[in-house]
Design a protein around this ligand. Structure first.
Ligand code: GUN
Length: 291
């Protein structure tokens, strides 16, 4: 069993992006605007991390924190202001949004050319069409990079994705099946209504676990030698920690890992890749915007 070091691979990508940016001078730095609604601790931590990494690449970022009671109308007004600002290349509205707000309406309001998250219907459609002009959602794109840089062959393999979200499950399935050197897989997507889920998962050569349930994937579900990408970032109580919690994935790592040939840890697996691919998308948006 080998562990895929997502942190190290993400550093490699960031280094490539630094090098790429050093060679270009368009009169101003790339810029990205983050919109965070409310004070969800996980969202605060993710957006902080994204801002820090942006700064380390010389990407300018701004943060717009809006109250949890904000109306959908007012949130749309804020997005329109960012859409109209030519000096902003990328816009990211951190999910999850309050229940009263329709997430799709918000994601669809972001100008598709600034949609560095790839959640807008235009970019979701471009992904379906395998159109390179689009922005790929960062976590699924990060998963592809992890597998690619770990020399995992995906063509003809059976990939089972657990979860059908807009943010991970659905686009991950589409990326794995696309006609591409790092796609061409046979894909099964499992969700809460899947019958005999354990049996289906046990057929997988590659498992992408993105259901947000701590340690959901157990050793009986995993074929010996399978490859696992664990997307889950679940906080569980841990009184021995100063914070009172620790992070675990969607996979019961300690028991499952010995059965696999390759597995990503949590933390230090997919998480840093999401941030690195966001930076890549931001630079792509900048290059498109600056011409
Ligand atoms: N919430 C969880 N993952 C993501 C992500 O990749 N982008 C945004 N905007 N919100 C998220």
């Amino acid at each position: 069993m080998d562990i895929i070091d997502g942190k190290a691979i993400s550093e490699e990508i960031l280094e490539e992006l630094r090098h790429d940016l050093a060679g270009s001078n368009h009169g101003r730095a790339p810029s990205v605007a983050f919109v965070r609604v409310g004070e969800d601790p996980a969202s605060i931590s993710y957006v902080n991390k994204k801002q820090k990494v942006a700064a380390s690449l010389g990407i300018e970022s701004q943060l717009h924190v809006l109250p949890v009671e904000i109306s959908q109308e007012d949130l749309i007004k804020q997005i329109d202001l960012l859409n109209q600002d030519d000096t902003i290349d990328g816009i990211l509205v951190q999910a999850p949004l309050p229940q009263e707000i329709d997430s799709n309406t918000i994601f669809n309001r972001v100008n598709p050319e600034k949609d560095v998250d790839g959640f807008n219907v235009v970019n979701a459609g471009r992904l379906c069409q395998e159109d390179k002009e689009g922005f790929l959602p960062c976590t699924p794109a990060g998963i592809v990079e992890l597998l690619k840089r770990s020399n995992v062959e995906t063509a003809g393999k059976h990939v089972v994705v657990l979860g059908r979200s807009l943010i991970v499950g659905k686009p991950a399935g589409l990326l794995m099946m696309r006609q591409h050197p790092f796609g061409n897989a046979t894909v099964t997507i499992c969700h809460s209504r899947t019958k005999e889920l354990a049996k289906v998962v046990s057929l997988a050569d590659i498992i992408i676990a993105a259901i947000g349930k701590p340690r959901f994937v157990t050793e009986d579900m995993v074929k010996p030698g399978a490859i696992i990408v664990d997307v889950g970032i679940n906080r569980i109580e841990d009184p021995s920690r100063k914070s009172g919690y620790r992070l675990v994935g969607d996979v019961d790592f300690d028991r499952v890992a010995p059965k696999t040939s390759l597995i990503t840890p949590v933390p230090g697996g997919v998480g840093p890749m999401t941030v690195a691919l966001l930076m890549k998308n931001t630079i792509k948006a900048y290059r498109k915007n600056i011409v």
